[in-house]
Design a protein around this ligand. Sequence first.
Ligand SMILES: NC(=O)c1ccc[n+]([C@@H]2O[C@H](COP(=O)([O-])OP(=O)(O)OC[C@H]3O[C@@H](n4cnc5c(N)ncnc54)[C@H](OP(=O)(O)O)[C@@H]3O)[C@@H](O)[C@H]2O)c1
Length: 310
Amino acid sequence: MGAMWETLFAAIGFLTVAILELRAVVFIWRHFLSPSASLSKYKGSWAVVTGASSGIGAGLSRALAARGVNVALIARGKGEKLEAVAAECKALGVQTAVLPFDFATADDEQYAALARMLSELHPSILVNNVGVNVDFPTHFSQMEDADMERIVTVNVSAANKMTRMLLPGMVESKKGIVLFMSSSAGSFAPGPLLGPYTASKAYMDQLAIAISGEVARDGVTVHSVAPFFVESAMAKMRRSFTVPDADTFARATLRMIGGPTRMSPYWPHGIMAAVLGVLPMKMQVKYVADLHEGLRKRAIRKRDRLAKQR
Ligand SMILES: NC(=O)c1ccc[n+]([C@@H]2O[C@H](COP(=O)([O-])OP(=O)(O)OC[C@H]3O[C@@H](n4cnc5c(N)ncnc54)[C@H](OP(=O)(O)O)[C@@H]3O)[C@@H](O)[C@H]2O)c1
């Protein structure tokens, strides 16, 4: 009997180590050794990027332009920010289109007008990047209705509508890439004090995974891109080893196209996701709740200090 248990434990130990080693090999291959995804067949075709005027959207627009893909940039104002990103992309030798559009307020007619404009470009890449959040972590019961509605309209409905607008053309031409900007929140980590935002990102993640299974045979690649912090106006985090700038993050994202359907392409984020994956959910929830309570207190102190200075 003793010998049988010993053999069983040895087999379990062996299997566990083998699985961990395999995961490590796959991780190293994906992030460092595999050749970068080739986007050569998309050279000269159009990508549509929502929320393209800053942060990750701007980074992805520049990264696509650097690969020879024309970019249609969408954000609210035609103001300087969007034009500045367009100028950076143009300088990389591609065509650009600047399309001011407010996903929070757009009605059916405005969406139809956008669809007409985009249909002339026959886009073969869509980056569903636009996203908003509350200013700082807030308990669900204290959240404003308007904030919750804005999160659903901008983070969820915009991706639904843009994807329904552009996916059929990609399926017809048997060529396309759709990226859904989800988040570690909702894909790898829970989001106490950021419930509606986290839920909207989980929606993006699951929608991407579902659609990927519907169009894989039509030559369309779909990914849920799930970063931890990336330097941006929304993240309000300074650049560091675990917080890349948007351009670094964007290059890592394009490199991994065609890889795992749900990807966390910046490698330190990949390690963070793997570590979180083995922690019990209760522990994760407590950790994030404490973290967000701290961020909330700091944000409120800052807000009050600024109010006094006025
Ligand atoms: N940064 C991170 O750490 C992080 C982590 C995980 C996931 N994400 C996700 O990545 C995406 C990009 O985030 P980011 O950090 O790069 O944010 P960001 O710098 O705040 O950029 C958001 C973009 O969306 C545009 N936008 C906002 N509201 C809009 C509206 N109503 N209509 C049209 N455009 C609108 C903004 O431009 P205008 O203000 O000019 O309209 C801007 O171009 C989001 O979906 C976010 O959830 C970010």
